[in-house]
Design a protein around this ligand. Structure first.
Ligand code: NZQ
Ligand code: ZN
Length: 389
């Protein structure tokens, strides 16, 4: 296991009706004037936004609103949010929605207290300072409610890039699984896929002797294999929603990723798909993961065989471990298909003729230098092969 420091100070408030605590929590973390940030309208329609406003009113906290965050959130609204916060003297950013809304809120929070262009953070500058951020989560997926990351698409060039820093870890996150019951099945499945991706990206490591985090990841994957189909079958299954929601947070606040190197190639390759085709991030991952894993398999057959046996119940073939490894990847692919995810380029709506463009932005766009690295390193030719797979 490698040396690490882990500090994850988000206060999680979990369970039914917990959104009514929003006002008290904002106050506890020093907020007096809030930017209420939300997406395309699901929180208006469900009545959640009104309940949150009531909770802020009850504590005498004033707020300004900025809705309209799109899935795969864009830089334009971030600039608008930064200007609004400066003009209104906002001191706390409250995101009500999914990963896209939370990521946009984090970008605004970092941009408000920074003199330069907020995009500097998405080109590698670490975020050291930001307004405090709180979240009320409405979809179990991205894990942004407990992560120090934000992913934004820069509209001039459509670069989808991430930024990081403990300063943007939410001060609190309200997790009410009942709020996810209004999700369409496709979004629920895309969320399940993203959660599993965050686990796999950490499982695929070059670090040795990381059994404790291996076992934690396997436990969370097994939970997803059990609860995923239950929630697809019955969207109102609160208990299944609750287990998935907490698994989603644990999958990405990095408690399972400490002391080990991580992969993230599937995510890096996917981000170009959601940037170009505006598909759901989870759906893009369902297409990229099986291909990336097959490409990576020969790098560490036993790691893929281990997850195949421990999570997918495959029988170990000691003479041909690569068969076991491949069986596990195929079991995962079948699982994704069974919950309604696309697993091919065509099913996603992606086009083969776009591959050169995808590869160019992936490997050379916005400061990159011809390759991407994770569990293994991939050059342009190899990335093209993966998109073709
Ligand atoms: O915009 P509204 O109207 O709210 O609708 C959203 C959106 O259309 C809808 N939705 C959310 N909650 C709902 C609901 N509809 C009905 N009922 C509800 N309760 O679902 C759609 C998707 O929402 P979005 O926020 O985009 O989903 P998700 O949480 O999957 O976020 C995806 C974004 O997160 C990034 C992805 O790249 C993508 O841009 N990621 C962020 C990470 C991070 N910050 O740590 C890590 C991830 O790997 C990921 O890259
Ligand atoms: Zn993800």
């Amino acid at each position: 296991m490698e040396n690490f420091a882990f500090y994850s100070p988000t206060q999680f408030v979990f369970g039914k009706d917990t959104e009514s605590e929003a006002g008290k929590l904002v106050k506890r973390f020093g907020g007096s004037k809030v930017l209420l940030h939300f997406g395309g309208g699901s929180v208006v329609k469900s009545g959640l936004l009104d309940r949150v406003k009531k909770s802020l009113d009850a504590e005498g906290i004033s707020y300004v609103e900025l809705g309209g965050v799109m899935p795969n959130p864009r830089s334009g609204l971030v600039y608008e949010g930064i200007d609004l916060c400066k003009k209104e003297g906002v001191d706390f950013v409250l995101a009500v929605g999914g990963g896209s809304t939370i990521d946009s809120a984090k970008a605004i929070a970092a941009g408000v207290v920074y003199d330069g262009d907020f995009w500097d953070f998405y080109r590698g500058k670490r975020i050291e300072e930001a307004l405090p951020v709180g979240t009320i989560l409405t979809i179990a997926a991205a894990g942004s409610e407990g992560s120090p990351d934000s992913v934004i698409t820069y509209e001039d060039g459509m670069y989808k890039r991430g930024a990081s820093g403990d300063a943007i870890r939410p001060k609190f996150s309200i997790l009410n699984p009942a709020l996810t019951q209004t999700l369409p099945p496709y979004q629920t499945a895309a969320g399940i896929t993203d959660i599993m991706a965050h686990l796999y990206e950490r499982y695929l490591t070059n670090s040795k002797d990381v059994e404790v985090t291996d076992r934690m990841i396997e436990a969370l994957l097994l939970t997803m294999v059990h609860e995923g189909p239950r929630v697809i079958e019955n969207p109102n299954n609160y208990e299944a929603r609750a287990n998935i929601m907490w698994a989603g947070t644990m999958a990405h606040n990095n408690c399972c990723g400490v002391g080990r190197s991580q992969d993230w190639l599937s995510h890096t390759i996917e981000h170009e798909l959601s940037a170009l085709y505006d598909c759901a991030h989870g759906a893009g991952l369902a297409v990229t993961m099986p291909a990336v894993f097959k490409y990576e398999l020969s790098h560490d057959v036993m790691r893929f065989a281990k997850v195949a046996v421990r999570v997918w119940g495959c029988q170990m073939d000691f003479d041909h471990p690569e068969r076991t490894a491949l069986e596990g990847i195929n079991a995962f692919k079948n699982f994704l298909s069974s919950i309604g995810m696309p697993v091919t380029f065509g099913e996603l709506g992606a086009k083969e003729e776009d591959i050169p463009k995808l590869v160019d932005v992936l490997c050379n766009g916005d400061g990159r230098t011809g390759s991407i690295s994770g569990f293994i390193t991939l050059n342009e030719e190899e990335c093209a092969k993966i998109y073709k797979m």
